[in-house]
Design a protein around this ligand. Structure first.
Ligand SMILES: *[C@@H]1O[C@H](CO)[C@@H](O)[C@H](O)[C@H]1NC(C)=O
Ligand SMILES: *[C@@H]1O[C@H](CO)[C@@H](O)[C@H](O)[C@H]1NC(C)=O
Ligand SMILES: *[C@@H]1O[C@H](CO)[C@@H](O)[C@H](O)[C@H]1NC(C)=O
Ligand SMILES: *[C@@H]1O[C@H](CO)[C@@H](O)[C@H](O)[C@H]1NC(C)=O
Length: 208
């Protein structure tokens, strides 16, 4: 009895095994090879499911106007596994909203952690600007959180929320400019968050 209990304690949880199995299949050489064939212009006919993979992502992202915007869209959406078989732009919008909120949360936490360290410099321009940005990010996050529900009323409602979220982050851009903040990591993270929110705005415009 005791030894079987011990066994049960050290044997991995079935879900963990399943996760490893899934990771192995997704990263297996066969999968990578198959993707290479497709991107090399289909030297060999790829299976239907390989062609279907990321089809909606590519269709959507390729409509953006600059190479940079296309690359950002593709890389961002492909970072979420749900994108592989997304069928429509509504699904991709919901994924982009999750990604944007995740990035907004990370950036907001980063800014808040700097503010925590600079508690004794309450009136420096850097601190004032970051405080403004934290509240702008909270506002932006809240607007984005409304999108899944508003979408049920129609794409224009979701588009409005995305636009307001973008305006919220623009307030951070304005305050960073106004106080002439040049800290590279602060600016790079803000740019990144703004790119994610712009992606949400663009996808709402693609939904008919
Ligand atoms: C998504 O939107 C893009 C850009 O407007 C469009 O080209 C594409 O066909 C749409 N995708 C689907 C699956 O409707
Ligand atoms: C971001 O933070 C908000 C508020 O703390 C939370 O409700 C939301 O689930 C977070 N979203 C992500 C994607 O982490
Ligand atoms: C940006 O600000 C943070 C927090 O004050 C600091 O740790 C970092 O070194 C700064 N980076 C640059 C490039 O000035
Ligand atoms: C932008 O966000 C993505 C996802 O979190 C991250 O991989 C990338 O390093 C970020 N870039 C910058 C400049 O912060």
């Amino acid at each position: 009895m005791k030894s079987s209990q011990k066994m049960a304690n050290i044997s991995p949880h079935p879900l963990l095994l399943l996760t490893f199995a899934a990771l192995f299949i997704l990263n297996s050489p066969a999968t990578i090879f198959a993707e290479k064939e497709v991107s090399a212009g289909g030297l060999k006919p790829a299976s239907k499911s390989q062609n279907e993979r990321y089809r909606a992502v590519n269709e959507l992202c390729n409509q953006r106007t600059s190479r940079e915007a296309i690359d950002f869209c593709t890389k961002a959406l492909k970072s979420d596994r749900r994108s592989a078989y997304a069928k429509d732009n509504v699904s991709l919008l919901l994924i982009s909203v999750d990604l944007a909120r995740g990035e907004i949360n990370r950036t907001r936490d980063y800014y808040a952690s700097i503010l925590f360290k600079l508690q004794n410099k309450k009136s420096s321009k850097f601190v004032l600007a970051l405080k403004d940005c934290v509240s702008a990010y909270d506002w932006g996050n809240e607007e984005l959180s409304l999108i899944p529900t508003e979408l049920r009323k129609g794409p224009a409602f979701a588009g409005y929320d995305a636009k307001i979220a973008h305006d919220a982050l623009q307030r951070c851009t304005d305050t960073l400019n106004q106080h002439k903040i040049s800290n590279h990591s602060v600016l790079a993270r803000h740019r990144n968050s703004t790119d994610y929110v712009q992606l949400c705005v663009d996808i709402t415009l693609a939904i008919k």
